[in-house]
Design a binder for this molecule. Structure first.
Ligand code: URA
Length: 207
């Protein structure tokens, strides 16, 4: 039996040696959540705690992320959580362009294809820049955009709100709007699908 695509990606991440980050990692962090999640959250990269446990957002910013999800009426088990890079950069340095390119083309983008979510929530600048290069998070946070047929919602990184308390009300307000954004995305997807009483296009072209 062949494994479903998402499981195969998870296994490959665990044994990945494609970039130098594998030398210093304790555990790779593929991401976790339902294979059919409607929302995928993309952080920057594993930190100290994530590297130890092999799970995303389990340190202080993860605790805050759980609170933010609760404000949106969501539980962690409802969403798929992953990162731009799957291994912790040493001393939490910024990931290098080559690390970002290798990891996203091999793992993140295929994960998104496999899950096919309605919404991608980017957490922080690095994640946003993958989908909306040149934008400023301070200007567009919380505003949904259509990107390649999916709704993208750029959010501030939870750690930014923990380190700069003045950001907290902003990120909380953005998360509280997620249910409304998801409902809108569902309505748009439903109106784009052909109705049962409508003949498919091939049939129409016969008349
Ligand atoms: N910060 C991130 O961007 N990702 C994690 O998984 C944890 C902290």
């Amino acid at each position: 039996m062949t494994l479903p695509a998402l499981q195969t990606i998870t296994q490959e991440v665990h044994s990945c040696t494609l970039c130098d980050l594998h030398h210093s990692r304790v555990k790779a962090v593929p991401g976790e959540g339902p294979a059919d999640a409607k929302i995928v959250l993309v952080g920057e990269g594993p930190g100290f705690h994530e590297d130890r446990q092999g799970r995303p957002f389990v340190g202080p910013s993860g605790q805050f992320l759980d609170e933010l999800l609760a404000m949106a009426g969501l539980r962690r088990a409802d969403v798929f959580i992953t990162n731009v890079v799957k291994c912790r950069p040493p001393q939490n340095r910024d990931p290098l362009p080559v690390e970002v390119k290798t990891c996203t083309s091999t793992y993140l983008f295929p994960q998104i294809e496999a899950i096919d979510p309605r919404i991608i929530v980017t957490l922080g600048r690095y994640s946003m820049a993958l989908f909306l290069p040149g934008e400023k998070i301070s200007r567009i946070h919380g505003q949904p955009r259509n990107v390649n047929g999916r709704l993208l919602v750029p959010m501030m990184h939870p750690a930014a709100a923990l380190h700069q308390p003045q950001n907290r009300p902003l990120i909380e307000a953005d998360f509280r709007r997620l249910p409304e954004i998801l409902a809108q995305a569902e309505r748009e997807a439903a109106s784009a699908e052909p109705r049962d009483d409508e003949p498919p296009m091939e049939q129409l072209s016969l008349f």
